[in-house]
Design a protein around this ligand. Sequence first.
Ligand SMILES: Nc1ncnc2c1ncn2[C@@H]1O[C@H](COP(=O)(O)OP(=O)(O)O)[C@@H](O)[C@H]1O
Ligand SMILES: [Mg+2]
Length: 338
Amino acid sequence: MLMDILDRLTKKNTIEDGLPAIEDAATFVDAESLASALKQRVIGQDGVCDDIAAQIRRRLALARRGKPVGVFLLAGPPGTGKTHLAKVLARELERQLLHFDMTQFASGSHSLSQLLGMTKGYVGSDTYGKLTGGLRDTPASVVLLDEIEKAHPDILKAFLTAWNDGFITERSDGQAISTTAAIFVLTTNAATERLAELSVQHATDPDAMRSSAINALKEAKFAPEVLNRIDRIFVFRNLAGLDVARVTALEIEDMIHGYGLQVADQGIDPKIILALMARHRKMGTAASSRDLVRSIEEQLADSLIDAKKRGYARISLVQEDDQRVVARGSTPATGSSK
Ligand SMILES: Nc1ncnc2c1ncn2[C@@H]1O[C@H](COP(=O)(O)OP(=O)(O)O)[C@@H](O)[C@H]1O
Ligand SMILES: [Mg+2]
């Protein structure tokens, strides 16, 4: 009897050992830490960050149904962080980002070959398309389809196949490339004003906001077959005054990184940014974060280069009496001779 059981157990193990590793093994992400990482980089969109982190956790933990992990639509006004969120998401999930700007795919057949490769017999038919090649090499990518409303209907059709069948066909050699490990993130600026109104109107009711956002996009002639297929829509809100200051601070940090320098631990003094915004307002322009960064870079460039030359790794920003902002070296680079 005992032998019998042992025997069966051994056999069972042998069978299981012989199975290939399950292809789309479920992965687990901690939604809370993902959400908080997203919120640190994507300002003023806390609801979206919480929601998308929860969605991704759930969908990654699910046994696959032969479909992509998710097809997500980010909608809302331009300059509110939609493209930015897709990039931050890829970074936080440690996934490759395949970024497609749909304005480049407004013409049909020609641009289709960029995505899916060139049919046999044509010049270039030995190279894979950017989408098929990217997913063949890295199936678990984040695929960003930026400004999807600009894409030609033939391009949309190819993506609908990719989402519904769980694979796309590379045209040069006919190989089926799986899309089941990929996360598709679509962005759109369609119906901006209506969506901005809705996000105020339904500020406390995200379910109502999502369903009326879908209706608003339908009314704006956004491709209904895409709306029917997406797994979830996320509506971005306009950034409020203080959010613009926080976004500007992040962008100034990025700009400083571009000079090979870090910002000292205490960060950028918000007073500096608020003063900058006030000055722009006086000039009669409600400055975007980009304008603000440009204007501060003009003031800072020389002192940043100088700090770098003198061997500093970290700087802080200080405002001089004449209101000019300059960088002061605060921590020398390790191993520096100065
Ligand atoms: N909510 C935000 N949080 C942080 N940065 C933002 C935010 N919104 C915009 N930005 C900054 O502005 C730039 C443009 O934003 P983007 O994501 O391209 O806007 P869109 O919503 O039009 O896609 C980004 O690269 C980012 O640096
Ligand atoms: Mg964008």
